[in-house]
Design a protein around this ligand. Structure first.
Ligand SMILES: [Zn+2]
Length: 107
């Protein structure tokens, strides 16, 4: 996976960065900073959760003050599930970062 700059969401320019587990609080898989226009996602999550979390943070960025957490959570996980199950996407990751633990989600 690679960081992406110039992500245009809601007419603003964001960056999507993949970070190590220790970069975020222990109970977080990602975050979305509306001030710095930065979205961060933990790179050690399983394929399903790293994709769902990236979608989750992009949904927050797209409409930060409109979408509630439950809607973002349900929608992002379902989009990730369908993208993976349909084989439309495959998550690519660097060797050594993979950690297949499934954890309780909080983003
Ligand atoms: Zn969230």
């Amino acid at each position: 996976m690679k960081d992406v700059n110039g992500v245009i969401l809601n007419e603003k320019i964001w960056s999507l960065t993949f970070v190590k587990k220790k970069s975020l609080p222990p109970d977080r898989w990602g975050d979305c900073n509306v001030e710095t226009k930065t979205m961060r996602v933990r790179s050690d999550l399983c394929d399903y959760n790293v994709l769902a979390t990236a979608i989750h943070e992009m949904l927050h960025a797209s409409s930060f003050h409109l979408l509630d957490e439950d809607w973002v959570d349900v929608t992002s996980t379902e989009i990730a599930r369908v993208l993976l199950k349909s084989q439309l996407v495959k998550v690519n990751r660097d060797q050594g970062l993979s950690n297949r633990k499934v954890l309780t989600k909080k983003t």
